[in-house]
Design a protein around this ligand. Structure first.
Ligand code: GLN
Length: 566
């Protein structure tokens, strides 16, 4: 246990060397911490492994709360390019985060909030605001203790607020990065203040296997772990990512070089189905070992519920039966850009026991006339036009919408895809030849998509978006109403600036569109359907953000179902 004297000392904020604010009601040892660091390389599925660890512990009966400490200086992820960083995920309270939060929400089947995601930028912003407000009482503000203190405060606040049994802290980046150095230092302080039975240090490392050698090499991993030791964190658990199953020799070497007992070194090699990961980690005994470190194994005796087994069984599809879905996106270079959409499709594949095959439709090529639409659509049974910003590829997407409508191919529009469908219909059904969105043509004569009146007042990037979970009123008697279980109100996540211009609502209705969802009390259209088509629906919100493995989003589900029908 942390010593009493020390605890008293660190509570003090009287301008001495200890700046460790303890929120009211905080009790050391009540909530325990699992710190997850990465070494050698990034991009090895740290988020996926972490969320699997959370899932495994959740299944065992623990109340688990994840938090990601992101290293970059952006205050949130909203201004990041999804081509470079992957999808921007939106939480219910409106925070724009990186895609790992989506992985956590789906795995744990739970909504997270701003408390579960913190960037270095946000930490600095708080500190600078505090400093300007004179809150440090004449003290010079330093990395230690102030920056590290702020991080510890965020963690302890989360503990008090959620009363979690464990908080799983994912440190973004890898050990040795300049950016996350102070976060790792904060973890060292946490370990010291909370006591070693309350903090479990974990490292996810990578075992190389160069093609020319054909065997596993552990040196890079050893050096990565050594770096962690240098920074004062001695790992309790090591997870070795590798292409092939970790061999005993590699495991022994890692154990020897890192002071971690052999039974606490685990291998996780490439698997085709990530949903099997929590169960396979449990079979390897990882939950036992983590609880042992945290002295929680007496409190949580059960060996996990049957739910995890059920869950693993239900999260697969019959590979003999497939449906081919086209995604008409812009960032087709990386699948991380559209990760939640791919996951939402996967959730449908579990429910329908039919695997989904993805074909990317590069709309810039269609737009430039390099690829004919018939060519691009070959073999595709249904099309998704996903969210997006800026004009590149837009004309190609409008052509895709027109093609789907005319050939009666299922179409699902998401956010931008909703606006695209409206532009197509305005131009090609209602005869408004110059119809466009003011996002692409600021002086559009027939601005069927325009900026939200309430957003017009707010200027500047990264602050004028309609964000987060909002209620949507569903119209009785529509397809949307039936699909959403006859619910009059649903809650979905938004991230947009533009909307259907209310002046054109009647024009659209005459063209055969039914607006089956809208904002309560406002003429903001949010779901559209064309009942005469096999499936033609779109939403101004992002249903992909709230789809869950065993609870697929109804719009997605019906879309995939209809796409697979002959
Ligand atoms: N660019 C469009 C808007 O701002 C759509 C946004 C999106 O697809 N997320 O309204």
């Amino acid at each position: 246990m942390a010593k009493k004297g020390l605890l008293e000392k660190i509570v003090s904020t009287s301008g001495d060397e200890f700046y460790t604010p303890m929120p009211p009601g905080y009790k050391i040892g009540k909530t325990k911490y699992i710190v997850v660091t990465g070494s050698v390389i990034s991009g090895i599925g740290k988020g996926t492994i972490n969320s699997s660890v959370c899932k495994m512990l959740q299944d065992r009966g623990l109340k688990v709360e994840p938090i990601k400490l992101e290293a970059y200086l952006n205050v949130d992820s909203g201004t990041l390019n999804p081509f470079r960083h992957g999808e921007v995920f939106v939480l219910d309270d409106g925070l724009e985060t990186d895609l790992d939060l989506g992985t956590y929400e789906r795995m744990l089947d739970k909504n997270l909030c701003s408390d579960n995601f913190v960037t270095s930028g946000r930490i600095y912003k708080t500190l600078i605001e505090n400093e300007r407000a004179g809150k440090y009482l004449g003290r010079d503000v330093q990395f230690i203790p102030h920056v590290t203190g702020e991080i510890k405060k965020v963690l302890r606040n989360l503990a008090v607020k959620t009363k979690a049994d464990v908080i799983v802290i994912e440190i973004g980046g890898t050990v040795g990065d300049f950016e996350n150095m102070f976060a790792i230092e904060a973890m060292r302080e946490m370990l010291h203040e909370e006591g070693k039975e309350n903090v479990c240090i974990t490292n996810i490392t990578y075992i190389l296997q160069p093609k020319s050698l054909g065997e596993q090499k552990t040196k890079a991993a050893q050096l990565g772990i050594r770096k962690l030791l240098e920074l004062g964190l001695s790992p309790n658990i090591i997870i070795c990512r590798s292409e092939n199953p970790l061999n005993e020799k590699s495991r022994e070497k890692i154990s020897l070089n890192s002071n971690v007992p052999l039974e606490r070194v685990f291998g996780v090699h490439n698997v085709s189905n990530i949903y099997s990961l929590p169960l396979s980690l449990r079979e390897k005994g990882m939950d036992e070992k983590i609880l042992e470190v945290l002295e929680l194994n007496k409190k949580f005796k059960t060996n996990g519920n049957k739910e995890l087994e059920e869950w693993s069984k239900k999260t697969s599809c019959d590979s003999k039966s497939t449906v081919t879905i086209g995604i008409a996106g812009k960032y087709t270079g990386s699948s991380d850009t559209y990760i939640s959409i791919l996951k939402a499709l996967e959730h449908c594949s579990f429910a329908l026991n039919k695997c989904v095959e993805i074909k990317w439709i590069e709309t810039t090529e269609i737009e430039k006339g390099k690829v004919k639409i018939e060519e691009a659509m070959k073999g595709i049974q249904g099309v998704i036009v996903p969210g997006g910003f800026g004009s590149r590829g837009v004309e190609g997407k409008i052509e895709v919408s027109k093609y789907c409508r005319e050939k009666n191919i299922p179409y699902l529009g998401l956010c931008l895809g909703f606006q695209i469908a409206l532009i197509d219909i305005a131009r090609n059904v209602s005869g408004l030849k110059e119809a466009n969105s003011t996002e692409f043509e600021p002086k559009a004569k027939q601005a069927v998509i325009d900026i939200l009146p309430e957003q017009k007042k707010i200027e500047g990037l990264g602050g004028n978006m309609r964000l987060g979970g909002k209620d949507v009123e569903v119209k009785e008697g529509t397809i949307a109403f039936k699909l959403h279980g006859n619910k009059r109100q649903i809650r979905r996540r938004f991230r947009h600036r533009f909307e259907c211009n209310p002046e054109y609502i009647e024009t659209f209705e005459k063209a055969g569109i039914v607006f089956s969802g809208k904002a309560p009390k406002h003429p903001i259209m949010q779901i559209l359907e064309m009942p005469k088509q096999k499936f033609f629906m779109a939403s101004q919100f992002h249903p992909e953000f709230t789809s869950r493995p065993l609870n697929p989003d109804p719009l997605f589900l019906e879309f995939v179902k209809k796409s697979s029908e002959k």
